[in-house]
Write a protein that binds this ligand. Sequence first.
Ligand code: 6PG
Length: 473
Amino acid sequence: MENKADIGLIGLGVMGSNLALNIAEKGHRVAVFNRTTSRTDAFYGQAGSLRERIVPCHTIEALAEAIRPPRPVIVMVQAGQAVDGQIALLRSVLSARDIVVDAGNANFRDTMRRFAELKDSGLTFIGMGVSGGEEGARHGPSIMVGGTEESWRRVEDVLTAISAKYEGEPCAAWLGTDGAGHFVKTIHNGIEYADMQMIAEIYGMLRDGLGLSAKEIAPVFAGWNRGRLNSYLIEITATVLAADDPGTGSPVVDIILDRAGQKGTGKWSVIEAQTLGVPATAIEAAVAARVLSAMKGERTAAEAVFGVPATRLAGGRKALLADLELALFAGKIAAYAQGFAVMDAASKEFGWNLPLPTIAKIWRAGCIIRSQFLGRIAEAFGTSDSAANLLMAPAFVEMMKEAHPSLRRIVAQAVEAGLPVPALSSALAYFDSYRQGRGTSNLIQAQRDFFGAHGFERVDAEGAFHGPWGSGG
Ligand code: 6PG
């Protein structure tokens, strides 16, 4: 019995191989299987001293046989149909109380379906969000788990052992039933899109508005990484901007085509935000910006027609840089407020009881959006009277009061100069709308009532009313 593996893993691609090595390195025995047998052999052959805790399996039956029951098996294959294929395979060899763990970037609606489908078979399903890329998988990712609490208890030891640690605390947690883990991972990615887009917009202002070279911009980000913006994404931005292309000697960023890819998680987070009725404008803008970036041909044609804006940003460089830093910070606060608001709404909708402070905590290390800033968010949501929206948490009120004037100046300057700042300007518009006690939708209501007799509420009386539009309405 002692020789049985603690856990199994299917799919020895980049992420799967690294996770398996991480598991073995942390002292757990892992049985591995890959559809292409030669890959299993190659992986085992290269595992060095970790081989003693790796059980290479050539058949799915052998994999099932190698694990200590109840048997958890991590499936790390491409999200979508491949996961259903692996589940069907596993159903033929696993038995009651065994656990299928999908560690890919699944759509949480698929996870909920799979969870329900497996219930009848006696097997349980875990949807597990894993963030941190290749490095994270190998040395410590952030792990977001959704499933039954019982199944989490079975895998908790292995998952906390392999996860990143923030000041000793593991960045792995059980967040709720069925789709909770994959939903949280999706919103993590939505926030990641917003973070990246806003950084890119600031880069655009430095490049096109101030005329700085990549080499000159790199230290700006490196400097910001020592301050309030300190985060993995700012750190890698500085590193990337400083790198040269070995072939041409030019900065690598200057030879990369300005056409961004996407695999779907950003889009899903926006779709779910809309479905839940939660404004996530900065994330929406970031997803749309990627789509627009891909329309390279059309953009080039439009530039030929409309011309390139020639305006440079006004003001002294020092003051501008200080404003840009604070503007990015204000935009970041708004984007995170939106992401957490979406999770809060989903938690209520799906009955997950998502622990928002825990989510912020397990994002402090290991994942792509990792930063100390998330510690502030954990504190803000950790108090008994925590605010409905992050923007209203006392510490964030103070931060936003300090930072939003800079965001306003930067967005105004960008608009004036013709430099696109869709995510930053959406973040600002969200803030301005959120803090406007008397908005303008009274007019929308009047219009709706005029053409559709939808009725409206009055400020001075209870009930539903219609306007004096007569037969015109
Ligand atoms: C992570 C990343 C990772 C990956 C996504 C985003 O948390 O480790 O989010 O999951 O980078 O696939 O990818 P796209 O930008 O391709 O949508």
